[in-house]
Design a protein around this ligand. Sequence first.
Ligand code: CP
Ligand code: NVA
Length: 306
Amino acid sequence: MSNVRHFLDVDRLDTATLRRILDGAVTIKKNRPAYANLLAGKTLALIFEKPSTRTRVSFEVGMRQLGGNVLVLKPDDMQLGRGETIGDTARVLSRYVDAVMVRTTGEERVHELAAHASIPIINGLTDQTHPCQIMADLMTFEEHRGPIEGRVVAWTGDCNNVAVSWAHAAVRFGFEIRLACPPQYAAPPALLAWAKAEGKGRVVVTESPEDAVRGAECVITDAWASMHNTDDVDERTATLAPYQVNEALMGLAHPEALFMHCLPAHRGEEVTDGVIDGRHSVVWDEAENRLHAQKAILAWCMDALV
Ligand code: CP
Ligand code: NVA
């Protein structure tokens, strides 16, 4: 077994490690100057096989704020785009840089990179999961509402990569997530089986957004069509329309419920302006916390988290 500290998915890390990273994020956020040289002399490579605004900027700025260097690599500019294997790319990058963040399609590509790298690999989103996002989301919930353990969180819409990572977090941190999704876009059975077997937290599935949201302390949604869902956008828009987070749906939640969205938002589709710009919304704090959460992830991966 390799001792390299990869950040591949929330379900692949234990609760103590995840909590340590979250606590580290809070500490780093409170005292930025104290960590200005934490990763001095280290270089992070960022590989993007899909577009990004937040992930790109927050990793790049975060690494620089910790005193490190960053390289942004586009597959079309690399031999990876001409057929060099992921394994060989991992072996070579391991000789030059200190960590790699990758945003790609299938999760197997991240796993292959990790299998052949002798440096930490960080999952910056795949078709299946988005673990860095969830660390920022958990941090945001706890900043506003205290410990997430035992709370109830509702997801409505497509059970996509962000929803899956939220379900992983529910199990690791011991809270309830209600996933309201139509059958076509429901939670993968393997996820539900895993959650049940772990026996901590609760992953509840329903087709009713109202049932999911009623009394929940956090309501979350995301795009009806993720970046990899290019073939069935119209069908998704029609099927997922009843899952929109609007003022009426938000009105069923706990009166002090938070609204979260990883962004980018499609205003008027999965969320109304009234909700995303309204009093429940913490989406800008959530976006900011990508920076702080990922600084802690970087520090943990490079064994610099104190
Ligand atoms: N939430 C998120 O990952 O945004 P980007 O696609 O802009 O990185
Ligand atoms: N589910 C979205 C998240 C974007 C940050 C996607 O994969 O496109």
